[in-house]
Design a protein around this ligand. Structure first.
Ligand code: 5GP
Ligand code: MN
Length: 336
């Protein structure tokens, strides 16, 4: 309540506002950012969304997408200027400034009031106003609640609604993860009231594969999946040559890790992608196995209990070998 009052006070008069979210934004990152942007624009603020990197083309349909500034060396000066000038800086769907690349140091030095809205575990305390709820299913759920608690639920229209819905539907795994509470469904009911087209949103996100992406999926499942039965673990490792061969675009590897987890008996899944800058890793688990802890302990990462990510600067094969060598340490959780 204190945080809502502080935010209400801050937004009393039109402000220059900058919104950002994590590297390689997913539907919750971009949907919560554009949903919030749509609301703040309606309230008469000046709003600029800046993403630290590009994002999948299956998110391009969101209202406000055309006005997003994607950070790159060529937009660096403009991004710096916007961050310097911002009176309010919203940080959505990430828990520490290391998750937003170069933007992190600019925001750290910025004079604007920083507002965090996030649901990741163990958030850093870099913001002046914090809405951190680690049991929320999605940041979009929290954005809905913030707008509602500011007394403005009536301003949530179909465009804002579809952005928020996209965030919630993806982060709940289409309403199947344990985070899918009554509260989530109540919010969805309210969003449906605005006239959102859920068929359109699902088709845009899940049924918009390019032909090469689908063939890449087929190749990976047939040839690249390793199952370590002894530890109820499955993983996929994709080389940079394979990414090139299938002309892989941002977002093309999204969801791959879930196939590894969908094998009967598998409790722990990992996806290793050999990116130019480092090996990017996704972890997923079922039940009590905390991949947040695993990613933090061994791969400089973090996230949620059952969905986390990390990074490795070792070659792909060494990274995978290291991962496999760690499994016996977790035998108790993985096997019993
Ligand atoms: P994904 O595997 O889909 O990229 O990410 C799963 C979850 O872990 C997301 O909530 C994402 O924000 C978080 N995550 C992914 N990579 C990292 C990372 O390198 N560091 C941290 N702290 N979180 C990550
Ligand atoms: Mn999220």
């Amino acid at each position: 309540m204190q945080q809502i009052n502080a935010l209400k006070e801050l937004l009393q008069t039109p402000k220059k506002i900058m919104i950002t979210t994590h590297h390689k934004p997913d539907a919750d990152a971009l949907g919560s950012s554009l949903g919030l942007a749509g609301y703040l624009l309606k309230k008469g603020h000046h709003v600029q969304v800046i993403t630290p990197s590009d994002y999948p083309s299956f998110l391009n349909w969101m209202s406000g997408n055309d006005r997003v500034l994607i950070y790159s060396p060529s937009t660096d000066a403009l991004a710096q200027q916007i961050i310097q000038d911002a009176e309010v800086i919203f940080c959505l769907d990430f828990n520490h400034l290391g998750r937003i690349n170069e933007l992190g140091k600019y925001i750290e030095a910025a004079k604007g009031v920083k507002v965090l809205i996030d649901h990741h575990l163990q958030p850093d305390h870099f913001a002046d106003i914090m809405f951190s709820n680690t049991s929320a299913a999605a940041t979009a759920e929290l954005v809905f609640e913030v707008i509602r608690d500011l007394g403005d639920e009536a301003l949530i229209d179909v465009n804002i609604g579809e952005c928020l819905y996209a965030g919630i539907v993806t982060d709940t795994g289409s309403f199947r993860h344990a985070s899918t509470t009554r509260n989530v469904h109540m919010i969805i009911a309210d969003l449906l009231q605005t006239g959102i087209d859920i068929c359109k949103v699902h088709r845009n996100i899940y049924d918009s594969y390019s032909e090469t992406r689908l063939r890449f999926l087929g190749y990976v499942l047939k040839d690249k999946l390793t199952v370590v039965r002894e530890y109820n673990t499955a993983f996929i490792a994709v080389t940079s040559d394979e990414l090139k061969q299938y002309n892989s675009q941002t977002g093309d590897t999204e969801g791959l890790v879930n196939f590894a987890l969908s094998i009967e008996g598998v409790r722990f899944a990992a996806l290793f992608i050999d990116r130019p800058e480092a090996v990017k890793i996704s972890f997923r688990s079922v039940g009590d196995i905390s991949v947040n802890e695993f990613a933090r302990a061994h791969f400089s990462g973090g996230g949620h209990k059952n969905a986390a990510g990390g990074i490795s600067y070792q070659p792909l094969n060494e990274t995978v070998n290291h991962f496999v060598s760690l499994l016996p340490l977790y035998a108790e959780q993985l096997v019993n």
